[in-house]
Design a binder for this molecule. Structure first.
Ligand SMILES: Cc1cc2nc3c(=O)[nH]c(=O)nc-3n(C[C@H](O)[C@H](O)[C@H](O)COP(=O)(O)O)c2cc1C
Length: 192
């Protein structure tokens, strides 16, 4: 089984990420060879990173902060990551970057893909996240889901309109396929 952690990369009230999440997990559910777990950053009371030493120097998950240590266990379990990533001011969200900055070796040598959204489908955030991922020794996959103008997909009560994400399902399938390929390849390589 390939272990995917789905990271919910925004925490604000009314976030679009939690509207996308059930659609993402429903697609993952269709894959019998994949087990996944949702890591919602809202549930993680991570400190804003302020340690004297870089996480890259930490061995065996021995981070000074208890919440970070617990997060490191979860990141360590993963073979690949699928990140639900908003675009804030032409970049990625601060909570996401803080999570990336907080641990190091547990991210290494694993594939990562993105589901993003915004006026240009979150394209600017995803390109920047790929740069961050490379520094964390990760393998960002080629495809991503880019949901255009997500605010137009909501009804008056803020719920996703019926079938609003249907046109992106094929794209999500490609992301899952690429995560599987890279996830298996890197898992085998890590285990050598
Ligand atoms: C602080 C902030 C900055 C934003 N900047 C951008 C932006 O640069 N580009 C964009 O397409 N959307 C931008 N938006 C709109 C977001 O795409 C939209 O609000 C989206 O729902 C945010 O993700 P979230 O709901 O998961 O927090 C911004 C929203 C916020 C709250």
């Amino acid at each position: 089984m390939l272990n995917i952690k789905v990271i919910v990369g925004s925490t604000r009230q009314g976030r679009f990420s939690e509207k996308v999440l059930p659609w993402v997990t429903a697609e993952l559910d269709k894959n019998e060879d994949i087990s996944y777990e949702v890591l919602d950053l809202r549930d993680w009371d991570l400190p804003f990173y302020n340690e004297p030493m870089s996480p890259a120097t930490v061995k065996n998950g021995d981070y000074p902060n208890e919440v970070v240590r617990k997060l490191a266990v979860k990141i360590n379990e993963a073979d690949t990551f699928l990140v639900i990533a908003p675009e804030y001011n032409h970049g990625y969200s601060a909570v996401l970057k803080n999570a990336f900055d907080s641990v190091y070796s547990e991210w290494n040598r694993k594939a990562i893909g993105f589901v993003s959204y915004g006026s240009v489908g979150g394209g600017r955030a995803v390109e920047q996240l790929r740069q961050v991922a490379v520094e964390l020794q990760m393998a960002p996959i080629r495809n991503a889901v880019h949901i255009q103008s997500p605010w137009n997909l909501l009804d008056d009560s803020g719920h996703l309109k019926e079938g609003a994400l249907d046109s992106y399902t094929h794209s999500l399938g490609s992301v899952i396929d690429q995560l599987r390929w890279w996830g298996i390849a890197l898992k085998e390589a890590r285990n050598k």
